[in-house]
Design a protein around this ligand. Structure first.
Ligand code: FAD
Length: 428
């Protein structure tokens, strides 16, 4: 099939991993196209639009701007119609891009779990709330409760506090023993330990409750307050925003569509970040949630390896080991406690795209049956949110969705079949 463009190396995702991969590949003289669905590069942690970026973020963005990388912002990869071809959609048009090598750096998303009231306006993911503020939401004077699990709660609290929000408390589901073990494990990572201590100092005025979680978000048309279990005691707190996220899940939908082997929810790679599909490399959160330093290192390795500079790539590879151990530390010590899955009530919606309640889903034994009978997982999120919820609530194994990997316009899908005489009307 004829493509609109050709590139030596296509990179999907312009977060820290994708940017590092693009810069490394461009240094090797390759023609590189870097695609991201956001209006500007940076990914989740280096998202542009709020406070000016500093340090490594600014340096990476400058190197990218100085490189010959072709940046395709505001475009999403929605399908891989045939090997070596990507189908892209932007707000205005569809296009296709042929590549020799592909590096997938699609990052992670928050794990959201249902509880009564979680669909009320004013309740968001914790990282989602951070992204809203970084993109311009004014939180000055707003009362915010953060809950869920993992270091992202602290990073979100910092962003909100600096932006003028009143962060009332952080409820972390991991208990004190889990947190103490995590802190002990951090001694092997002095930079991260210093970062954690700095954050703890900046956030010292915000109560941090371990072994605590949300029971219910309350309000009529909008969030008015939240009921929490704080170290065993039930309390009601009035607030304007509730940000809840239970750690991160790698975005592996594109990798699955490309036939790459996945294990425990992330991609399997060799020392050069190559997947089981020889044309495809992957880096960053897609190989396991481990933070920005891991993403940058893996991105550079993938960029070098995909450009043919294998010896340079493999020379960096041993440094991955400590990042992988850190990823393991996070996963082990922020593991969910069983109470978290018990907050749902029969009428709580688990699949919010298709309005499917816990009562309806609990009648089924597996994901496939539930999908067939209720349309759970078949709405716009394609199971990205409710799939993880069903794994946690019912222990179901969920399968990857079918292409397109995200909702796409019919005109975009037709773009891959330009030589047929089909029209949109033929497809309906
Ligand atoms: C909501 C959120 C907030 C976070 N905030 C922080 C924080 O404050 N501090 C911190 O230390 N860590 C934070 N993290 C973790 C941080 O994202 C990682 O540590 C690190 O940025 C991972 O880099 P990455 O390049 O792998 O992925 P990301 O930075 O997530 O970049 C992936 C990029 O790929 C794009 N993308 C995905 N799929 C497609 C597609 N099909 N087509 C086109 N583009 C696509 C995404 O929009 C994104 O821009 C956050 C994570 C999330 C999910």
């Amino acid at each position: 099939m004829k493509a609109d463009y050709h590139t030596d190396i296509a990179i999907v995702g312009a977060g820290p991993a994708g940017m590092a991969a693009a810069i490394a590949a461009a240094e090797q003289g390759k023609h590189v196209s870097l695609i991201d669905d956001n209006p500007a590069p940076g990914g989740q942690i280096w998202r542009q639009g709020g406070a000016p970026l500093r340090g490594a973020a600014r340096a990476s963005l400058r190197s990218l701007a100085a490189s010959r990388v072709r940046l395709i912002s505001g475009s999403r990869v929605v399908a891989t119609p045939e090997p070596g071809l990507l189908l892209l959609e932007s707000a205005r048009q569809a296009s296709s891009l042929r590549y020799d090598k592909l590096i997938v750096c699609t990052g992670a998303r928050e794990r959201l779990l249902p509880f009564p009231g979680w669909t009320l306006p004013g309740v968001t993911g914790a990282g989602g709330l951070q992204a809203l503020v970084k993109s311009g939401l004014n939180p000055v004077g707003q009362r915010v409760v953060l809950a869920g699990s993992g270091p992202l709660l602290l990073a979100t609290a910092q962003t909100l506090q600096q932006a003028g929000a009143q962060v009332l408390l952080i409820a972390e589901q991991a208990d004190l023993r889990q947190l103490a073990r995590f802190a002990w494990g951090l001694r092997a990572y002095p930079a991260k330990l210093r970062q954690a201590a700095g954050l703890a100092w900046q956030l010292r005025s915000i109560p941090y409750w371990a072994g605590s979680h949300v029971i219910e978000a309350q309000g009529k048309d909008r969030l008015e307050g939240v009921r929490l279990k704080l170290a065993g005691e039930v309390r009601h707190i009035a607030c304007d925003w509730l940000g809840v996220g239970f750690g991160l899940l790698p975005n592996t939908e594109l990798l699955a569509a490309l036939g790459c082997r996945l294990e425990d929810g992330h991609a399997c790679v060799d020392a050069a970040q190559q997947t089981s599909n020889p044309m495809v490399y992957t880096a960053g959160e897609s190989t396991g949630v481990g933070g920005v330093d891991k993403a940058v290192l893996e991105g550079r390795i993938a960029g070098l390896a995909a450009s043919g500079a294998l010896a340079h790539a493999l020379a960096l590879s041993p440094r991955r080991a400590s990042h992988l151990r850190f990823a393991e530390l996070l996963a082990t010590h922020f593991a969910l406690r069983p109470e978290i899955a018990q907050a749902v009530r029969p009428d709580t919606l688990v699949c919010r795209c298709e309005d499917v309640s816990h009562a309806r889903l609990s009648a089924f034994d597996n994901w496939r049956e539930a999908k067939l009978q209720t349309r759970c997982g078949m709405g716009p999120c394609q199971g990205r949110i409710c799939g993880a919820a069903c794994q946690t609530l019912y222990g179901w194994q969920t399968a990857a969705g079918r292409p397109p990997i995200s909702p796409a316009r019919l005109a975009t899908l037709l773009h891959t079949y330009p030589h047929t005489n089909q029209t949109e009307a033929d497809l309906i």
